[in-house]
Design a protein around this ligand. Structure first.
Ligand code: C2E
Ligand code: MG
Ligand code: MG
Ligand code: MG
Length: 275
C-alpha cells in the first residue's frame, strides 16, 4: 500500500543533463496519456477530530498508477502538470471524481464524509467557481461536503484576484483550508484578511514534536493564532503517540497522519464509513 520511493520510475537525478531532459519529456508525454488510459486514481486519508476521535473528513490524494513504472508520487508529477498546464484537466478530473464519490455514497446510503480536495494555484481562476458549482449541482451535493485546500503560494503575491475568488468560493459555502501552513512566506498578520476556515499545520513542524522546542513553540503559536482568528486547525503528518499526545494536550482540534490512518483506496475508506 505504500508508494515506492524515487528508486523506481523516473530518475530525475540522472547525472547527465540530456538523460534528465529525456526523462522529463517522457514524463510529460505519459502524463498526457495517463488520464485517457485511466491510470489516475484517488486515495483518501482520514482526518480525525481529537476530542471525540471521530473521522471529520478525508483528504483526497491523487495517485498515478503508471503502466510500467508503478506508482508515481504526486510530488513528482503535480509540478509537471502545473508547468505544462495539464493541471487544469487533471484537477478537473480530481474534482469531478470526488463529487461522483460523494454522490455514490448518498445514493448507497453510506454516511457521507466531507472530502478535502487539493487545488493548485493555477486552478484558481474565475472558471473554477462556475465549474465547482456546476459539479455540486450535477451530483446534487450539499456544498459543505466539499473542502478546498490551497497553499500559501497562492497568497504570497497578495493577488487580489485570487483572494476575491476564494471569497466567492467561501460565500458559496465551500470550506477553504490553507495547506502546509508555516512553510511559506506569509506573514502571520496576513491571516486576518484571508478568506479561509482551516489551517493545516505542515508536517515538518509536527515531525520533531514534542522534543524540539522551536517546533513546539511554532505549533503552539499557530494554535493560538488560529483561535484568535476563529480558524480550525488540522495538524498534518502525525506519526507517533507522543506527537498525538502533545497536540491533544495543547488543544489542537484535529489531526491527520500515518499514526492514525495512511492514505487508502476508496474501498478501504468505505469500510471505515460503514463500520
Ligand atoms: P499535501 O496536500 O500536504 O498532502 C499531504 C501529504 O502528506 C500526502 O502526500 C500524504 O500521503 C502525506 N502524509 C500524510 N500523513 C503523513 C505522515 O504521517 N507522515 C508523512 N511523512 N507523510 C504523510 P502525497 O499523497 O504524496 O501528496 C503530496 C502532495 O501532492 C500533497 O501534499 C499535495 O500538495 C499534492 N497533491 C496530492 N494530490 C493532489 C491533487 O489532487 N491536486 C493537487 N493540485 N495536488 C495534489
Ligand atoms: Mg493537502
Ligand atoms: Mg499539506
Ligand atoms: Mg503540499
Amino acid at each position: 500500500r505504500q508508494m515506492p520511493d524515487s528508486e523506481h520510475g523516473y530518475l530525475f537525478f540522472a547525472a547527465d543533463m540530456n538523460q534528465r531532459a529525456r526523462e522529463r519529456h517522457h514524463l510529460e508525454e505519459d502524463l498526457r496519456e495517463a488520464l485517457h488510459r485511466g491510470e489516475l486514481l484517488l486515495y483518501f486519508q482520514p482526518q480525525f477530530e481529537l476530542a471525540s476521535g471521530k473521522m471529520q473528513a478525508a483528504e483526497v490524494l491523487l495517485r498515478w498508477q503508471h503502466h510500467e513504472h508503478g506508482m508515481v508520487s504526486p510530488a513528482k508529477f503535480i509540478p509537471v502538470a502545473e508547468e505544462t498546464g495539464l493541471i487544469h484537466e487533471i484537477g478537473d478530473w480530481v474534482l469531478e471524481t470526488a463529487c461522483a464519490t460523494l454522490h455514490a455514497w448518498l445514493e448507497r446510503g453510506i454516511p457521507p464524509l466531507r472530502l478535502a480536495v487539493n487545488l493548485s494555484a493555477r486552478q484558481l481562476r474565475p472558471k473554477l467557481i462556475s465549474r465547482v458549482l456546476e459539479l455540486v449541482g450535477q451530483y446534487q451535493l450539499p456544498v459543505h461536503l466539499l473542502e478546498l485546500e490551497i497553499t500559501e503560494s497562492v497568497l504570497i503575491q497578495d493577488d487580489a484576484k485570487a483572494l476575491a475568488l476564494l471569497e466567492s468560493l467561501r460565500a458559496a459555502g465551500f470550506a477553504i483550508a490553507l495547506d502546509d501552513f508555516g512553510t511559506g512566506y506569509s506573514a502571520l498578520s496576513y491571516l486576518r484578511r484571508l478568506p479561509i476556515d482551516t489551517l493545516k499545520i505542515d508536517r515538518s513542524f509536527v515531525a520533531d514534536l514534542p522534543g524540539c522546542e522551536q517546533e513546539a513553540a511554532m505549533v503552539l503559536s499557530i494554535l493560538r493564532l488560529a483561535q484568535t482568528h476563529g480558524l480550525s486547525v488540522v495538524a498534518e503528518g502525525v506519526e507517533t503517540q507522543a506527537q498525538l499526545d502533545f497536540l491533544r494536550q495543547h488543544g489542537c482540534p484535529a489531526v491527520q497522519g500515518f499514526f492514525l490512518a495512511r492514505p487508502m483506496p476508496l474501498q478501504d475508506l468505505e469500510e471505515l464509513l460503514l463500520r
